[in-house]
Design a protein around this ligand. Structure first.
Ligand code: NAD
Length: 506
């Protein structure tokens, strides 16, 4: 296959994808570069609290350069046959698979998450994102309607054209997983990209850039500007030549981004925070539900937007379920994220550890009873003696109106509340400003359907949690976001529909 764009800048610095370095540079026009100002930020390993690399801190100048390169590349990438774009993205997915072990290790070191989780979920899912959209774009079809008005006949059809440069901004909790969730559909549909991963966890995106060269993604098609949200991120959002912005992160940041993007008439997708309920009914499969609710509450140290942080339990089994749940939580193995057996690693940063511990203090002040956890966890070994660990925490005795049950904590903290009947369960489930996800555990199918209809959330799981089919719309209602990603929704988001009407009259 002929590469219609020039080769990547050979001056680009080599990137090792097997060592534990946390050094990160921008990737602009196919080359790794520092900031024009020379500004950098420290990259900290949360399991040790130690600086292990230096991150280029980008600002307006780097975003301008990246947009210039992306605009140049757009004229060629957008015209390339979808099958050619697809084959390069499939190659990138294969390269992620080939480098699974080193990427999983890098993700674990950068985030503090257990390496087993990064290996089983984060990195395979990044490859799946690329593979899914690389294939989906080949089967994406446009609609056509033949119609007649009086004696006149016409055919209307829709062209879906790439929109130009897409700005993608992603968070720290599932770094490569959520980064590729945005970049893959943008590129597959023929857009070029200026991406900003979280400054807290930039390493796997940096390594993906190196792999993109091997996958023959032409220079300028895929650019990364690293740095702080209020500098590099804000410059992407405000850039007049980036018409499409997709953001995943906190609700407060989303509000700020919407305020900038709306008067510029940008197309905007916002995937924001959550305070998700897990509803447990007395007729559930007890053991399966105890494990499901534990996983939903504490996977990735509770740092998944979809985590079930409010556990609502039917009153008749409240005590029995609470005892079994607390036992299960106390048996979670907290440890060095790089150890195979670890189930709970470190939280992502010192600032986040303080935020979570502060939220637990608020729960105490509100009158909550801490059934387990409630404090920083002791270091699991000498290597991690200055790391940021929080014990998995279970709180009870609070009603649905308090801050603890309304505000997102985004850490290993879950609250328990009893409910009396289905209507009460629905009221409690909906007693929050968020509406991202919910999981319902019951063997009564009729009730499950009724709850799926009434609970205000963009994603409902029945007797499971975090089972994801990439074809279904993904996103939240209320303050959990605007718009949907996934499947056809993403392909539509990144393309501009143009309706064409052709007269069929002779
Ligand atoms: P955050 O909002 O602080 O940052 C997210 C990204 O936005 C980062 O890359 C950051 O640098 C950037 N950013 C920050 N300020 C910005 C600004 N003014 N302009 C442009 N970009 C800016 O969020 P976080 O702390 O990284 O992630 C945690 C949050 O993300 C939680 O609220 C969680 O619920 C949410 N989240 C949501 C989903 C979802 O799909 N709904 C998925 C994962 C995480």
């Amino acid at each position: 296959m002929v590469n219609p764009l020039p080769n990547a800048n050979v001056q680009s610095e080599a990137v090792s994808i097997s060592s534990d370095t946390g050094d990160v540079q921008h990737f602009i026009d196919g080359a790794f570069v520092s900031s024009a100002s020379g500004a950098t930020m420290e990259n900290i390993d949360p399991a040790t609290g130690q600086v292990y690399g230096s991150i280029a801190a980008g600002a307006q100048a780097e975003v301008d350069r990246a947009v210039e390169a992306a605009n140049r590349a757009f004229s060629i990438w957008s015209k390339m046959a979808p099958a050619d774009r697809s084959s390069r993205l499939l190659r990138l997915a294969d390269l992620i698979d080939t480098n699974l072990e080193s990427l999983a290790r890098a993700e674990s070191v950068d985030t503090g998450k257990p390496i087993a989780l990064a290996r089983a979920v984060d990195i395979p899912r990044a490859a799946s994102n690329l593979r899914y959209f690389a294939n989906a774009v080949l089967h994406h079809h446009s609609e056509a309607y033949e119609h007649q008005q009086g004696a006149s006949r016409a055919l209307s059809y829709t062209l879906r054209q790439p929109r130009g440069v897409a700005g993608t901004i992603s968070p720290w909790n599932l770094p490569l997983y959520l980064f590729t969730w945005k970049v893959a559909p943008a590129l597959a549909t023929g857009n070029t990209v200026v991406a900003k991963p979280s400054e807290v966890t930039p390493v796997t995106a940096h390594r993906l850039a190196a792999l993109s060269l091997e996958a023959d993604i032409p220079p300028g098609v895929f650019n990364i500007v690293h740095g702080r949200g209020d500098e590099a991120g804000a410059a992407i959002v405000a850039h007049p030549q980036i018409p499409t912005i997709t953001f995943t992160g906190g609700t407060a940041t989303g509000k700020h981004i919407a305020a900038t993007a709306a008067p510029m008439f940008k197309r905007l997708a916002l995937e924001l925070g959550g305070k998700n309920p897990t509803l447990v009914f007395a007729d559930c499969d007890f053991e399966t539900t105890v494990s499901g609710a534990t996983r939903a509450a504490f996977a990735n140290q509770g740092q998944i937007c979809l985590c079930g942080s409010r556990l609502l339990i039917e009153r008749s089994i409240f005590e029995k379920f609470t005892d079994a749940f607390v036992d299960r939580v106390q048996s979670l193995r907290q440890g060095d994220p790089l150890e195979e057996s670890t189930q709970q690693g470190a939280v992502v940063s010192l600032a986040h550890q303080r935020k979570v511990l502060n939220a637990i203090d608020v729960a105490r002040q509100e009158g909550g009873t801490i059934l387990c956890g409630g404090e920083a966890a002791p270091a699991p070994n000498d290597r991690c003696r200055t790391g940021y660990f929080v014990k998995p925490t279970v709180i009870t005795g609070l009603d649905e109106h308090c801050r603890t049950n309304r505000e997102e904590i985004f850490g290993p903290v879950v609250t328990l509340m009893p409910f009396d009947d289905t209507d009460h369960a629905i009221r409690l489930a909906n007693a929050t400003d968020y509406g991202l996800a919910a999981s319902i555990w019951t063997n009564n199918l009729k009730r499950a359907h009724h709850l799926a209809d009434r609970v205000q959330a963009g994603i409902i799981w029945i007797n499971c949690w975090l089972v994801r089919d990439l074809r279904v719309p993904f996103g939240g209602m209320k303050q959990s976001g605007v718009g949907r990603e996934g499947g056809a929704e993403a392909l539509h988001f990144f393309t501009e529909p143009k309706s064409v009407c052709l007269s069929l009259d002779e």
